[in-house]
Design a protein around this ligand. Sequence first.
Ligand code: F0G
Length: 468
Amino acid sequence: MSRKRQPAEPYRIKSIEQIKLLSRDQRLKRIREAKFNTFKLDASDVYIDLLTDSGTTAMSNKQWAAIMMGDESYAGSDSFKRFKKTVNEIFCKKFLIPCHQGRAAENLLFSVLVSEGSYVLNNTHFDTTRANTLLKKALAVDFPSPESFTNQDYRFKGNMDNQRLESFISEKGAEKISLVITTVTNNSVGGQPVSMSNIKETSAICKKYNIPFYFDCARFAENCYFIKTEEPGYEDMSIISIANEMFDLCDGVMMSAKKDGLVNTGGFITLDDEKLYQRLTELLIVIEGFSTYGGLAGRDIDALAVGLTEVIDFDYLDFRIDQIRYFGELMKESGMPIVEPIGGHAVFVDAGQLLPHIPDHQFPGQALAVALYVEGGVRTVELGSLMFGGTDPNTGQKFTARRELVRLALPRRVYTNSHIQYIAETAKTIFDQKEKLTGFEIKKQSAFLRHFTCELGILSKKEAATTV
Ligand code: F0G
């Protein structure tokens, strides 16, 4: 099938939000004041914000209308009934626990299912799933597919390495494993999808060893789209039937609805086990809210119920994934080395490859993230040694990340193709003078998740050459 060169939005704009491009001098001043950390920039100083695709969605007219239908009753609201019906149609589980976002769902589920000293296994943990596992004094182990870190042109790079998963389970003993999770799409390896056949294998392993199998399904609809369009045998199935087949293979689901829920906040757990549901509900009432609202307003719940029906619409997904592909291709044309195949929610630039003169410990990803802001007011996030590197507290040894990436995450239904062309032009300007970029050093940092708050200093050419 020949693809359109430039995809067209399957919606039109009814309400707009003004954005402003500061002058280059102002941007330089702002990034210096932010200590070269893009998290410390004021959003109003950003022209195009690609920091995350989470909670940044533009809602539809139907969602805004649903907000007016929100039933704010403390218990048993109509909003919850509508939400439950929609979740049941897609995820096919008996019980539903609403919560305010994904990490609250993780905290709840892990509080009940994860025991101290046990293991949680995942294709790749997202930062908060990893942190919540560690908070329960358990160990988070990843089994990304061997293809995920290669340049191989393999479509389902988000897959679980089921061979390694099973050997690990048989080596440690099934009783030591609290939970197996498949994250769809696999955010930490580039928003890469997981195939249905891979999910089936993981599910069979979990059944064989009697281990609970859950999904972290923040981007489930994007994953279903890849299954439909790229996995043989699924081309004639609807997105909802693919979702039904996928969720039939697991014991439960936790979801950050801030992505494929097409809302600005929300999350949930849905599962079949009644006893577990009761234990989770007891905890939910203590930490999030009553069982029919769980930290959300009735209007949030109604917007989410509508968002979940819109996200499984094929035309929406076809445009969404095509727009990311278009974005990736323009970035490639600008000279940027990107992670391929292009994933579902972001373009990842390999800054290590782009800037070989900046060593990993001088954060080439941060150099690119800062340059994107200075050159074009574009905010992105480094996913390299600033985020994943550090010092081992036991050995004192410094370690760096596997790859020095920068994530350009595209919010849903927010930016048009001309914004994307503008970003690619900014990237080209940087590419043409990439030798001029220098590295950074950390001036101040916290013990955990340092990238959110650290302060950086720019290294001059001379300094960069003398630091080790
Ligand atoms: N799981 C995955 C795969 C995620 O990507 C995220 C959030 C969460 C769980 C946590 O959900 O934010 O609602 O508490 N990812 C965002 C990102 C923050 O930028 O990738 P949350």
